[in-house]
Design a protein around this ligand. Structure first.
Ligand SMILES: [Zn+2]
Ligand SMILES: [Zn+2]
Length: 424
């Protein structure tokens, strides 16, 4: 019986030819975290399902339609994490990470899972990165989180992106706004899509970001949240903009950015790459002053963002940015004959201990096939030992870029490190 295994729909392999691009993005993210003094947190890829049902909300698409849920052998309900914030807050509460009283600055990255229709830049297993700043309601922190995102994108080399910000108010001023939205939309109720009809009762703000064209044209003239902000929320928003201006970060206010869930408050923002088409959001975030309490902690304000690595890679490719380099060996080691090969094994071990990256193809015997392999490897140098070199206790070091070569005695192989460092 022959079995044809193939990768699950909506997932992909990170292949050796492209893995360096991933490393580049993650390394840049980690370096940015260092600049802003955010520390890494790693949580499991599965959690109790009700963590997401209670926090992300059971009316959201994520929980309603897209969560990978399973029962373990004892019948307990778990879910593969569909997003990163709820697990981080769960860990913050469980480990009492706020105990010092200082702002808790965390970053994470890893695979997330959503049973969604696969399309360009959207997968069922996708790789997300994000940060959370937990413990302060100061508008400067909102601006700092936005500055982190801006610095990260800039450090990657991206240029074609812009920032849009909004305020969604607090649980108090949002009530008036929800009423105003219901009033605005109710004469159009019959024209709304089935999802929006459902949203209308529970969460009318989500009608503003419906992707259905007919809903969008109705929503175009809906009232703006900014007009409904109470004094505290209006001041907070003004202050965030003030700090962004001071930091030299360019933004546009877009009162249609909504974060539909109850725990979101005040600042909401998105970084967009408008050349990416429908999937143009690079990363998004905002303030979530209600979330820590919802997950069982003390009332604690927080703000953060998250984004997908897949879209960043699309943007990097689109802007033709050179993102790092796949690693190449410094030396390709060629030996001719059994005795030279045994000496080679000894020397390769010594050279690696000096920190030199080195590769050999032990099964290839002729000079021709080993030279061919050396060229394919893109190595900087080749070392060649034949019977004659072996009897003279020396080796040939050949510069594969320039073509010249030099004899080096076995006892002087320490020189090789200097020669390589100079050539790089
Ligand atoms: Zn308010
Ligand atoms: Zn709709």
């Amino acid at each position: 019986m022959s079995v044809n295994y193939s990768i699950p729909r909506g997932t992909y392999d990170i292949l050796p030819e492209t893995s360096y691009k991933w490393q580049y993005v993650l390394k840049t993210f980690q370096e940015t975290a260092k600049l802003f003094n955010f520390k890494e947190i790693v949580t499991p890829i599965f959690e109790k399902a009700d963590l997401f049902e209670r926090s992300v909300g059971d009316t959201s698409d994520i929980v309603e339609k897209e969560m990978y849920k399973f029962n373990d052998k004892k019948g307990r309900k778990f879910a593969l994490r569909p997003e990163g914030t709820a697990p981080v807050i769960r860990s913050f509460v469980e480990n009492n990470l706020g105990f010092s009283g200082n702002l808790c600055r965390l970053f994470y990255s890893g695979p997330m899972f959503r049973y969604d229709r696969p399309q360009k830049g959207r997968y069922r297993q996708f790789y997300q990165y994000g940060i959370e700043a937990i413990g302060s309601n100061h508008p400067y922190i909102d601006a700092e989180v936005i500055a982190f995102a801006d610095t990260f994108l800039r450090n990657l080399g991206l240029k074609n992106y812009n920032l849009e910000i909004n305020s969604v108010g607090c649980s108090i001023c949002t009530q008036d706004y929800d009423l105003a939205l219901k009033e605005y939309f109710s004469p159009h109720f019959d024209e709304l899509c089935p999802d929006c009809k459902k949203r209308m009762g529970k969460n009318p703000k989500r009608l503003l970001d419906c992707k259905v064209k007919s809903c969008q044209s109705i929503a175009k003239n809906a009232p703006s949240m900014i007009a409904y902000l109470d004094e505290d929320c209006r001041t907070h928003f003004e202050q965030v903009k003030f700090y962004l201006d001071k930091m030299g970060i360019v933004y546009k206010v877009n009162d249609r950015i909504v974060r539909g869930l109850d725990y979101y408050t005040n600042t909401a923002f998105e970084f967009l790459n408008n050349n990416l088409g429908a999937q143009n959001a690079l990363l998004g975030g905002g303030r979530y002053n209600g979330l820590v309490k919802q997950i069982g902690g003390k009332e604690t304000p927080g703000v953060g963002f998250a984004g997908g690595i897949e879209r960043l890679l699309l943007s990097l490719e689109q802007e033709e940015l050179f993102c790092g380099k796949n690693s190449i060996p410094e030396i390709f080691f060629i030996t001719l004959g059994k005795n030279a090969q045994i000496k080679g094994v000894e020397l390769i071990a010594k050279l690696r201990n000096m920190g030199i990256s080195i590769v050999t193809e032990i099964e290839k015997e002729s000079m021709k096939s080993q030279m061919k392999a050396a060229n394919k490897s893109n190595a900087l140098f080749a070392i060649i030992i034949g019977e004659e070199e072996l009897s003279n206790n020396e080796l040939v070091l050949k510069d594969l870029q320039v073509g010249n070569q030099k004899m080096i005695a076995f006892k002087d192989i320490g020189e090789i490190k200097e020669i390589i460092d100079k050539a790089k």
